[in-house]
Design a protein around this ligand. Structure first.
Ligand code: ATP
Ligand code: MG
Length: 193
């Protein structure tokens, strides 16, 4: 890829991220759910990030049990891509592990690295818009990735949290219902026919 192609790609990603933020802001992060196997989403995202991980020097180990749910495959792909991009960026060239699977009505996804980690005091903030716990001189980025990830996970009725020992790595854990919960219908007005 040429330098201008790379610059073009960066710009494209930036525009996509800003569009996502404005959609989220307007409460219009619409999901196109389908029957999806999480392992397939992980494999595709990992293939897309292979160059970035290789450049970082981080081998990726993927392990999981197939788990099917009703999710938006593109949005879930975005979740995995963003978490993997962070693992490549902040993972200090050490191995990265992905684990996924399901139990009962739920699915989990974990992205684990052995890099710089996140200080306890920063752990609450990194999921907010434009919040970063590193200097932009050392690491490029806008601080939007995890904000978008969290909103996508929450739109699916799930949760995300981080566990980290600074200097030893970070683990991002996503928990998702396999079926979106049905919105409760409003009560029938009293006295309607
Ligand atoms: N795997 C990780 N290890 C250590 N710190 C992390 C990790 N992932 C995220 N962080 C911290 O959380 C902050 C927010 O992450 P987020 O992905 O939202 O933004 P970013 O990577 O800085 O920029 P971008 O918008 O390009 O993703 C980062 O700036 C970094 O300080
Ligand atoms: Mg990021």
């Amino acid at each position: 890829m040429t330098a201008s192609e790379r610059a073009g790609q960066r710009l494209e990603k930036l525009v996509e991220a800003l569009l996502d933020v404005s959609r989220i802001h307007m409460g219009r992060l619409e999901l196109e759910v389908a029957e999806v196997e999480l392992g397939g989403v992980v494999a595709e995202a990992a293939a897309g990030l292979a160059d970035e991980l290789a450049q970082a020097g981080s081998p990726l180990d993927i392990r999981g049990e197939p788990v099917v749910g009703r999710w938006d495959p593109l949005r879930m792909g975005q979740v995995v891509v963003n978490l993997l991009a962070n693992a490549a960026k902040y993972g200090a060239g050490k191995p990265v592990e992905i684990r996924y699977g399901g139990h009962d009505g739920r699915a989990f996804l974990q992205v684990h690295d052995h890099g710089i980690g996140v200080a306890e005091a920063d752990q609450r903030h990194i999921f907010e818009r434009f919040e970063r716990a590193v200097s932009s001189q050392n690491y490029g980025g806008l601080g939007l990735g995890l904000y978008i990830v969290k909103r996508i996970v929450e739109a699916h009725g799930g949760t995300i949290r981080v566990e980290s020992t600074p200097g030893a790595g970070a683990s991002f854990l996503v928990d998702l219902p396999r079926q979106p919960s049905m919105p409760v219908p409003p009560p029938e007005p009293v006295g309607s026919p």
